[in-house]
Write a protein that binds this ligand. Structure first.
Ligand code: FAD
Ligand code: SF4
Length: 511
């Protein structure tokens, strides 16, 4: 063929740049299920099943449209373990004049494809991914012009440039953010009634994939009993409609709140559909803005939601592609502890962690505050090697793709990039979790105690974290208040806390 058009598992968009100029008579699409993509990190069953099912549905759609397609199924004759090997076989079979693709999401994948193209002596055209508002080039230019890179200013620029939530050149409502109104907890009464996101019943394709995953990856983390993610564009659009209609109005207010056995709350659960490119961010943002204009959602809710996609999502992608390959090796706090084993099964008496990890393994999902202020916070305070933390996050969540997962994990949650993603470490004691959730009420530990039998491990490790990194943190004006509290602790108490923290580390992260 003339062009072999490579479509990866997270590029399931019929309007992707890779299809521009596609000619049925001369060109061919190549897709492959690669074992290595599920094993280079210990990918959860939910994540593997979602990728494979969505890929197969997309392939079916391409075939319906009459596009010549070479699709390699996992475990079938001719399948290869690595991307390079599989691509090499397709090249031998179809003898293309060149390879063509939309820029991939992972640095590792781009390098592998480039190397294989070189090895085969074939030209490779990598086109911009126009799914995103910014090309990597545009973000690089922005970053060069703004050496003190901060999400807040980037986000404002995006609002202006793309005319989102703007009225006569000013931010709608007169302010850029409504964070002060967006930090409510549920209080004793618990959450108001929440309309759950739609669960999509497995069709024949998904059922086959589930069997395949159970067969090929039986010991991978998590379960598939509750698999209900959208796997087609049509399902993703339905999930978007349901969110805008039912949950967006309360999204802002309860953005940071947590509640046991309520995994979805008012979040959208759209990250996986967005990252697989089943949804375009413009249509998601457009729908949220329209809901505000129609009076169906308050401005703080629409703004809080839009900021995540127009701001954070674009920002982390820019950080990833302008900082790789060195970014993945950053370890500013020199954290060296192994990841506790129980992160893979949720087997702990800490109620908040048990719930967050349990739901993660069951559903492949936890919302932002659970990821940042429960599992991420504990790893930060314990001093876990950021690469091990990264491996865990990349494995367990259905929306995990390295360009978005890595800056969030290594940068925002572990402060391993020394302050590029977050202006200060997200370090907090059990008191934060107590304020934002009722977990502590039913926990064997007490969030206010740092000594004794009931000492909350978060609180012990929090003080210990401040002590261990005191010199570095003193240079950060945003840490002043936390360090002032540390200064108030008597020396003997500090000593006892440090001993207790050491014992927790020695005991695999458990008290
Ligand atoms: P909502 O709360 O409804 O937010 C709406 C959308 O905004 C999301 O669907 C997502 O596309 C986007 N968004 C929100 N926060 C972020 C953010 N910080 N960075 C980028 N986009 C954001 N998100 C991923 O998509 N993949 C990951 O692998 C991932 N790993 C994370 C790891 C850690 C340690 C942390 C702290 C955050 C991570 N996030 C990741 C960001 C965020 O937690 C998820 O996007 C969000 O929880 C997905 O659930 P939702 O769709 O219900 O999001
Ligand atoms: Fe989590 Fe500590 Fe609260 Fe227990 S007491 S739920 S460990 S924060």
């Amino acid at each position: 063929c003339r062009n072999l058009v490579l479509i990866l598992g997270d590029q399931l968009d019929a309007n992707a740049s890779a299809f521009d100029g596609f000619e049925i008579r001369h060109d061919r699409v190549w897709m492959a299920e690669i074992r290595e993509e599920s094993t280079h990190v210990w990918s959860s069953k939910q994540r593997i099943a979602l990728f494979l099912s969505a890929m197969r549905h997309f392939a079916w759609q391409l075939q319906e449209q009459g596009l010549p397609l070479s699709y390699q199924k996992l475990g079938e004759p001719g399948s290869a373990d690595s991307l390079a090997e599989s691509l090499g076989r397709a090249i031998a079979r179809h003898r293309p004049e060149r390879l063509l693709m939309t820029a991939p999401g992972d640095w590792r994948v781009l390098q592998a494809i480039r190397a294989e193209a070189r090895r085969q002596g074939l030209p490779l055209e990598v086109r911009d991914d126009r799914h995103f508002y910014n090309s990597v080039r545009e973000f690089r230019r922005y970053a060069e012009a703004h050496p003190r890179l901060r999400l807040e200013y980037f986000y404002r620029e995006m609002r202006r440039r793309h005319h989102v939530l703007m009225v006569d050149g000013m931010p709608a409502g007169g302010v850029w953010n409504f964070d002060a109104q967006n930090r409510a907890a549920f209080g004793r009464a618990g959450p108001p009634e929440i309309s759950s996101p739609p669960q999509f019943e497995a069709d024949a394709i998904t059922r086959e994939v589930i069997e395949l995953v159970l067969d090929h990856f039986p010991d991978h983390p998590g379960t598939l009993d509750s698999f209900g993610w959208p796997v087609t564009r049509r399902q993703a659009l339905r999930a978007l409609d349901c969110f805008i209609e039912n949950r967006l109005p309360d999204f802002g207010r309860y953005q940071d709140a947590m509640w046991p056995r309520e995994p979805w709350l008012f979040h959208s659960q759209l990250s996986a559909a967005l990252n697989l490119k089943l949804l375009d961010p413009r249509e998601v943002i457009g729908a949220a803005e329209q809901a505000w204009k129609d009076g169906k959602a308050p401005l703080p809710a629409a703004e809080g939601f839009i900021r995540q996609i127009l701001g954070w999502r674009e920002y982390v992608r820019g950080i990833y592609w302008t900082r790789m390959p060195g970014y993945i090796d950053r370890n500013a706090l020199e954290a060296r502890q192994p990841l506790p084993d129980w992160y893979w099964n949720g087997n702990t008496e800490m109620a908040c962690l048990r719930d967050a990890i349990g739901q993660t393994l069951r559903l492949g999902y936890a919302h932002h505050i659970q990821r940042l202020m429960v599992t991420g916070l504990y790893a930060l305070l314990l001093g876990v090697d950021p690469k091990a933390v990264h491996g865990w996050y990349l494995s367990v969540y259905v929306d995990a793709v390295e360009w978005v997962e890595l800056p969030n994990t290594l940068g925002m949650s572990q402060y391993a990039d020394g302050g590029l993603m977050a202006s200060k470490p997200y370090a907090a004691s059990g008191a934060y979790i107590d304020r934002m959730s009722p977990y502590c009420r039913n926990c064997r530990y007490s969030p206010r105690e740092a000594e004794g039998d009931r000492a909350c491990p978060f609180t012990v490790l929090y003080w210990d974290f401040l002590m261990r990194h005191e010199a570095l943190l003193r240079e950060n004006p945003r840490m002043r208040m936390q360090l002032r509290h540390l200064d108030g602790l008597p020396a003997l108490r500090k000593q006892r806390i440090a001993i207790k923290a050491h014992a927790i580390r020695q005991n695999g992260g458990q008290p």
